[in-house]
Design a protein around this ligand. Structure first.
Ligand SMILES: *Cc1c(COP(=O)(O)O)cnc(C)c1O
Length: 362
């Protein structure tokens, strides 16, 4: 039995053990082909089956009909930051953005390199402690789209519901909370994310785009930068990140096997309660950094009474088998990432460690 740690890495992050075992089992001989998925043609019947099944599972779990194209791209969410304005901010129109943290800010920067953006709302002046209220979101009626970041991986805030904005297509970066809870995915025209947090390994970018938005792609972009290329060819215009897509398929099967999003949400709810429970119980020791009504279930940020204690916490945790708890370099402190593949047992064990740490160090 391999030695495994409790992996709280923010991304790439922990994957379900059952999925890794399945990958191992099928690594040398995928379904009698005598080859690994890494070695088979993306034009083969075996890969076509993987591609189609992954598309179908994505639609099924998200509750989407076939008006939504499911794409497996490369370049990470960061490439989508540019691809979105490149395709949709044209004919004098600009996208509107809600700025809720570093990733939104990076998306805005790319839009500004490509013709500009509207700032629909921002919590920057308050250190991104919260998600702006719906009534504070101002979208010009001629905006090309509204862009939000559903979970702010670095600051630890998360949208609690989809903003009710009508008249413009809604686009969301869901890199760090996709499939973590039940959600009204069908209200979005484009959902995208790097796979390496909740979906699979790094190297695949998922993009789910509604046909109505696809029709608005600008003509004249380079082929690989045009969403229509990938929609038309079912992500097989060029060689896709095939091994990564295969692992995503296994992760989606795992999600379905858990009982789908309702079941996953239940476990995720219980996990975050363990950690926020301590923040609420010992607010002078475990200091939450965001407003209660904007708390993220995926990334929990906290500070301890001193930076020395934070260092000790991270060191002691590592010795105990909990890794990846250091806050992002831009904000410091502690960050507990509780993506889908982190077990309830892992969150409970960490909470136990935190109780003990407080007892000994306060
Ligand atoms: C990790 C992350 C990104 C960056 O993704 P890459 O795949 O590294 O480009 C973008 N947005 C959010 C919300 C993230 O968590």
């Amino acid at each position: 039995m391999a030695h495994r740690v409790y992996n709280f890495n923010p991304g790439p992050s922990t994957l379900p053990l059952d999925v890794l075992k399945k990958v191992q089992e099928e690594l040398l001989d995928y379904k009698g082909t005598g080859m690994s998925v890494m070695e088979i043609s993306h034009r083969s019947a075996e890969y076509e089956e993987i591609n189609n099944a992954t598309i179908a599972l994505t639609r099924e779990l998200m509750g989407l009909d076939d008006k939504f194209h499911v794409l497996f791209l490369t370049g990470g969410a960061s490439t989508q930051f540019a691809m979105i304005p490149l395709n949709f901010a044209h004919s004098g129109k600009k996208g509107a953005y809600v700025d809720t943290g570093s990733w939104s800010d990076k998306a805005i920067k790319e839009a500004n390199l490509l013709g500009g953006s509207h700032l629909a709302a921002s919590s920057k002046a308050d250190q991104y402690r919260y998600i702006p209220k719906e009534s504070d979101i101002k979208v010009p009626p001629d905006a090309a789209y509204l862009h939000i970041t559903t979970n702010n991986t670095i600051f630890g805030t998360q949208w609690q519901s989809t903003p009710r904005i009508t008249g413009v297509p809604l686009i969301a970066d869901m890199s760090s909370d996709i499939l973590s809870r039940r959600w009204d995915f069908a209200k979005y025209s484009l959902i995208y994310g790097g796979a390496q947090k909740n979906l699979g390994p790094s190297g695949v970018t998922l993009a789910v785009i509604h046909d109505d938005l696809l029709k608005k792609c600008k003509d004249g972009n380079p082929t690989m930068w045009d969403y229509r290329t990938h929609a038309k060819e079912k992500s097989l215009y060029n060689t896709p990140p095939s091994f990564g897509v295969y692992i995503i398929k296994l992760v989606l099967e795992w999600v379905k096997g858990q009982g789908g999003l309702e079941a996953v949400e239940k476990v995720n709810r219980a996990k975050q309660e363990k950690i926020y429970g301590l923040i609420d119980k010992y607010p002078d020791f475990f200091k939450g950094t965001v407003d209660k009504n904007s708390r993220s279930w995926m990334n929990i940020n906290l500070r301890l009474p001193s930076e020395d204690l934070e260092k000790k916490f991270i060191g002691d945790a590592k010795k105990t088998g909990f890794i990846g708890l250091k806050g992002h370099r831009s904000v410091g402190g502690i960050r507990v990432s509780l993506y889908n593949a982190m077990t309830l047992e892992g969150a409970e064990k960490l909470a136990g460690f935190m109780e003990e740490f407080r007892k000994v160090n306060s």
